[in-house]
Design a protein. Structure first.
Length: 327
């Protein structure tokens, strides 16, 4: 009988451990109104502090959305991208794919405002998720509910930023990359739509324009009529010039990005790659014709889904006092 009870106890322990792992993976430890009792005004505080920046510099919205994305794709949504490097560790923010990230000062300012009202209660990771949502809405983009309860990680390693989707990736790599985070083909196309706002450096398309296969040629997936226009803006070895991700509409959150991709004028190879797969190309066509409603609705859903990747909840991690440093 004792052996029977021992087996039952072991089985129950295994089931509990499996449940904990599953909860971490799908974000079921998060909930709307998580801070209702401990910091009831947190969303109003975050929105006001974010607006102070976005009204002065609307272009920061794209940067803050990208910051949230880069956080969630490495170690999950745990605020690891916000940590500074130390004398014995190079953090994610100093990895090559993250050197162009902006908006850290916004997160720090919002965190300070929240700390003044509710010290030691709200995680930097939750603040980042809220700021990304609010910044997007403030430039007339979609609004999505942000379930809260994320906790901050204590580890940030530059080399792990290889997990980020590359602007040079083909569709096979992109699909695998998103699938590894629990995101499907639809999420891939929808979240790529964030390229409707923001800018890119000429250096990210230099190879496409001037030396695609090493023979001084141009990427054939680019509209040949568009190439001279790009070359007039981006010269070889140009590391400083910026150009809009969605020409003529890079400050407006809309579905025009998909029209640009259909015309074979997407800036990145990863944008053009969306047309090289039957499923992804169908979604591109759908969103290009949807008048915004379908794209906005699906973007909301995919952002909620992305915000749950690998979250730390319960007693895991910590609540950082300052976002750039572990406690």
């Amino acid at each position: 009988m004792a052996i029977f009870h021992k087996h039952i106890s072991l089985l129950l322990l295994q089931l509990v451990l499996v449940a904990l792992v599953f909860n971490k993976a799908n974000g079921s430890g998060l909930k709307l109104g998580f801070y209702r009792k401990t910091c009831p005004r947190v969303e109003a505080i975050v929105n006001r502090a974010t607006a102070n920046y976005i009204y002065r510099a609307p272009s920061l919205a794209a940067s803050l959305l990208r910051l949230h994305f880069h956080d969630c794709f490495v170690r999950g949504c745990d605020g690891s991208v916000l940590l500074n490097s130390t004398s014995n560790n190079i953090a994610e923010k100093d990895a090559p794919p993250n050197l162009s990230l902006r908006g850290f000062q916004v997160i720090d300012a919002v965190k300070a405002a929240v700390e003044a009202a509710c010290p030691g209660v709200v995680s930097c990771t939750d603040i980042l998720a809220l700021v990304a949502r609010d910044a997007t809405q403030l430039i007339k983009g979609p609004y999505w509910p942000v379930p809260l309860g994320r906790r901050d990680g204590r580890i940030s390693i530059a080399t792990e930023s290889r997990a980020l989707p590359s602007p040079f990736a083909n569709i096979t790599t992109l699909r695998a990359n998103f699938a590894s985070k629990g995101l499907n083909v639809k999420d891939l196309v929808v979240l790529s739509g964030a390229h409707t706002i923001g800018v890119a450096h000429c250096s990210t398309i230099e190879t496409r324009l001037y030396n695609f296969t090493g023979q001084g040629d141009t990427d054939p997936s680019l509209d040949p009529k568009y190439v001279p226009q790009l070359k007039s803006i981006c010269f070889p070895t140009d590391k400083t010039t910026l150009l809009g991700m969605d020409p003529g509409s890079s400050k407006s959150f809309d579905q025009d990005y998909y029209k640009v991709v259909l015309k074979k004028r997407g800036l990145f190879q990863s944008d053009s790659a969306l047309l090289s797969d039957k499923k992804t190309s169908l979604y591109v066509k759908l969103y290009s014709q949807s008048h915004g409603f379908t794209f906005f609705k699906d973007f909301q859903d995919s952002m909620v889904k992305m915000g749950k990747i690998g979250v730390l909840t319960g007693k895991a991690g910590e609540i950082r006092r300052t976002c750039a440093f572990v406690n």
